[in-house]
Each structure stands twice: as C-alpha cells, then as structure tokens.
Design a protein around this ligand. Structure first.
Ligand SMILES: Cc1cc2nc3c(=O)[nH]c(=O)nc-3n(C[C@H](O)[C@H](O)[C@H](O)COP(=O)(O)OP(=O)(O)OC[C@H]3O[C@@H](n4cnc5c(N)ncnc54)[C@H](O)[C@@H]3O)c2cc1C
Length: 463
C-alpha cells in the first residue's frame, strides 16, 4: 500500500481500469441498491462467481425519487472524481447519460459565487467533466448498467441481520417483499450499503463483536428544493452555486441551480439552525430574491414551477470508524454513507461512495483473502473519508452554531486553507490545485506541498 495519504488517494481515484482480475469467492451479497451498493456490486462481479443485491425498494419506477433514498428529491451534484469512477466501472457511462438527457456543462459555464463575489472558473482538466442531472436519473442509469452485468442479480426485501461464525460473516437474513418469514442467503462476503441509518453496528454488538465508534458533527442543515421548466428568455444558467459564509452582517447560506434532464432547472436554497426555508412557495421566492444572486429570484418568480417545494433536514455529519476496530468479522465491509455522511452542500457523498468501491477493488486485487477481516479495505476507505471530512468539517467549524469536535491542528490547517483560498482568486494555477481537492480528484494534503504554500504566500505579499 502506498505510504502517504496523497499517494494512496491518487491510486484509489485513478481512472484506469483494473487489468486482470481473479475470482476469489463463490458469492457476495450487497445490502442496498443505491450508489454505494451498486458500485460495490460492480466491483465484486470481477471477484465473485455470483453477486446478489438485496434492496427494500421496488425498482420499477425509473427516474423517480423513492422512499429508501428520501434525499433523492433534493439537488445532487456529482463531482468530477465520481464521474471518472462511473466511466471507469461502466465504460461509456457519461456519453450514455448525455444521450439520455443529462447535461455536461463546461467549468466556464458554472458560476460560483462566494459572498456575492463571482469566483474565476476552475481551469478545465482535460477529459474530466461532471454530469448534471437529478439524483433519481443518475441512479437509474447506474442501476441499469449494474444489473446488465451477467453475474449480478437483485431481489427486493428488508434485510434483518447478518449471520456470523466465530471468525467471519456467513450469510444475510432478509424478508423478501410480500413474504412473512425471513430467509437466509449464504455469503462469502457482505457489503453494507444501507446508508447512514444502517443497523450494522447494532447487529455486530448483538453478536458480541465490537461496533465502530460513531463520530458526529452537528450541522443542523435545512434544504428546500423546487423544479422549474428551463427558459432561456429568463436565464442561460447551467450550473450556479452561491455560498455565503457567516460573518459581520452575513448569515451562512447556500443556493444551487442545475440544468437537468427534460429541460428543467432544479433549484436549492439552504440555511442552518433556525434559518429554515419552508414548503411555502411564497417564502421560497422571497428567500431567492433576498438571499441569493438575482438569477435565483428571476427563475423562482418567472419560470414555470413543476411540483411542490420539498424540504429536508440533516442534523449532523457522521462517520463510523471501522478502521480503528482491531476485531472485525472476516468478509464484512461497509461502504458509502454507512461509513460516512457529510454536509451535502459540498456534494461529496455519491463520489465518496464510488471511491469506496475503488477501495474494495484495490483491496481484493492486493491479494487479500475475502475470508479475512478487511482491515486493508478500511485503511483505504479512511483516506477517502478523511479527505472529504477535512474539507467539509473545516468549513462547517466556521459556522456559529458548530462547536466541534475540532481535529488536531485545526488552527494551522484553517489558516493555510484560507491562505490558499484567497490566493486562488487571482492565481489560476492555485485555483486548479484547490479545485482538484474540492472535486475530490486530489487529497487535501496535496495543498500542503511547499510549492503551493510558497505561491500562496507570494500572492498574499503581493496584494
Ligand atoms: C439533502 C441532501 C443532498 C445531497 N446532495 C448531494 C450532492 O449534491 N452530491 C452528492 O454526491 N451527494 C449528495 N448527498 C449525499 C448522497 O445522497 C449520499 O451520500 C448517497 O446517497 C450515499 O449513497 P449510499 O448508497 O451510501 O446510501 P443511500 O443512498 O442512503 O442508500 C441506502 C440504500 O439502502 C437501502 N436500505 C436501507 N436499509 C435497508 C434494509 N434494511 N434492507 C434493504 N435495503 C435497505 C435503501 O433503500 C437505499 O436504497 C446529499 C444528501 C442529502 C441528505
């Protein structure tokens, strides 16, 4: 395994397809058919004779939000690193998504405002973009490509627990949809992709195994999202992100507009704590006009609204520290939000889930046996989670209502982050390096390189 987090992250986030793969087990069972579960299933199809996915939601309603992923009604931006992984595991994915109606704006067409100041566009990275669509549209395409793989199948039902021997996981208990009694599926490897409310920790404790420590950062985030018919007489906007940070006379808020499939805009406004947008459309319009750049008000007031305003509250960012467990059943892994779920305004969740699949691939290709505890997998996942957690919590610790937990060295990293950020407004090379980190194409540690810091200091002195 590579020594530094930056190098390991570079290995994990590679776009290269694995060369030869070896079948290592008879059967893998994946719990949950959302982003983490689907991508993990695709990776496991290279190493298992058979992969079974168990998902509680029926999947016939394509492109529609579903109960198991309630956040699917809200704006979901895919970061370039996630897009890269989709093309890695499903060659031609982006082209197919565009053909089906998704959009691929250039970095220059994305307008990013920070405290009402338009940021310079990030220099384009050759061959790397980020698909823009609604969440259900993206998930439908990923599910279709996953289930097209010959040795992957899906059943619907509620997972109730896992079976464990004295050393490893041996099966999964679930109640098939429409049945009264649970059945057991044998498994050589089990992936928990059941999202942030996963019960895996309880199941481990009930069976006498240690559960991972759960770390939380309360963020009290409030989202409201509405869909509109796109109209170029009102705006040519494809992607707009507007963020205000808390400060003198300023309240922390976030707004976003994405041009999505079927000629629509999806628009989000978000606040924290008691700053709660409601389902009332008059309130939505008033907030758009008052709190965000004019394009928000223009669309809300003039474009045809499609459906109701839908709100969502997320109380905290959280991570489960599987990497610290010294005792772990062989063959058991967790991925996606089941390991870590972040403040969604930074758009990291789906990309992290995709990078966890890449960690699973690297782990299984490293010669590790699926029967052994997957410590190597969780060490890789830690690098991905640390990268996302550092970006999101560093910014969230600036919010007045967030008072920890503070990571080690917070003051120094915060000062360095501010230094690089300020310099990136003027220096396009620094803008590119910083964007690579926020797009999850590089680890935040890569910004601590002396050449980057020197450039940032020079920019500060020259101001
Ligand atoms: C408001 C909001 C906005 C967001 N915006 C973005 C964004 O812009 N960009 C981004 O990348 N991410 C965003 N995210 C995060 C993103 O939604 C998640 O990170 C992502 O969905 C995680 O995928 P997952 O597969 O780990 O879990 P989930 O998507 O939560 O899926 C869990 C799956 O497990 C199934 N399941 C659960 N329990 C059982 C059971 N017992 N039996 C069978 N099946 C079960 C569920 O039905 C579901 O299909 C946002 C999140 C929120 C809350």
């Amino acid at each position: 395994m590579a020594s530094s987090p930056s190098r390991l992250f570079a290995e994990i986030s590679t776009a290269e397809r694995p060369g030869s793969t070896r079948v290592l087990m008879r059967r893998a069972v994946v719990l949950g058919a959302s982003m983490a579960g689907l991508l993990a299933a695709r990776v496991l199809s290279d190493h298992a004779e058979e992969v079974l996915i168990i998902e509680r939601d029926a999947s016939e309603a394509d492109n529609e939000p579903r109960p198991g992923v309630p956040q699917g009604t809200q704006v979901h931006g895919l970061l370039p690193a996630g897009n890269l992984q989709l093309d890695r595991w499903f060659p031609g994915f982006t082209a197919e998504a565009i053909e089906a109606g998704g959009t691929l704006p250039t970095p220059e067409s994305a307008r990013i405002y920070l405290n009402d100041v338009l940021r310079p566009p990030a220099p384009p990275v050759a061959g790397i973009g980020a698909l823009v669509s609604t969440r259900p549209f993206l998930e439908t395409l990923v599910r279709r490509r996953t289930l097209a793989v010959e040795n992957i199948s899906l059943v619907t039902g509620q997972v109730k627990g896992i079976d464990l021997s004295s050393t490893k996981v041996t099966g999964v208990r679930y109640t098939p949809t429409g049945a009264d009694e649970p059945v057991t599926e044998a498994a050589d490897m089990v992936v928990d992709g059941m999202g942030r409310s996963s019960k895996l920790s309880d199941w481990l404790e009930d069976a006498g195994w240690p559960a991972p420590e759960l770390k939380r950062m309360p963020i009290k985030l409030n989202y409201a999202t509405a869909l509109f018919r796109r109209d170029t007489d009102i705006s040519d906007s494809m992607v707009v992100v507007a963020q205000t940070t808390a400060g003198k006379g300023r309240v922390a808020r976030m707004g976003g507009i994405n041009a999505v499939e079927d000629d629509r805009w999806i628009m989000l406004i978000a606040g924290y704590g008691d700053d709660r947008p409601t389902r009332d459309f008059d309130d939505f319009k008033a907030r758009c006009r008052r709190d965000f750049p004019s394009v928000f008000g223009d669309i809300a007031e003039r474009a045809e609204r499609l459906g109701e305003v839908i709100t969502y509250h997320q109380a905290d960012s959280r991570r489960r520290e599987f990497h610290k467990l010294s005792r772990l059943p062989g063959g058991l892994v967790a991925a996606g939000d089941a390991v870590a779920s972040f403040n969604p305004v930074y758009g990291q969740g789906m990309t992290s889930a995709m990078l966890h699949a890449s960690c699973l691939s690297a782990h299984l290709r490293s010669g590790a046996s699926p029967a052994e505890p997957a410590h190597g997998y969780f060490e890789r996942v830690k690098v991905v989670v640390d990268a996302a957690w550092q970006i999101s919590t560093q910014a969230d610790l600036e919010l007045p209502h967030v008072d920890g937990p503070y990571p080690k060295g917070y003051r120094v990293t915060s000062w360095l982050g501010d230094l690089v950020f300020a310099a990136s407004m003027k220096d396009q090379e620094l803008n590119a390096r910083l964007s690579a980190v926020t797009m999850m194409l590089a680890h935040p540690m890569s910004l601590a390189r002396p050449s980057t810091l020197l450039r940032a200091v020079k920019a500060k002195l020259s101001r």
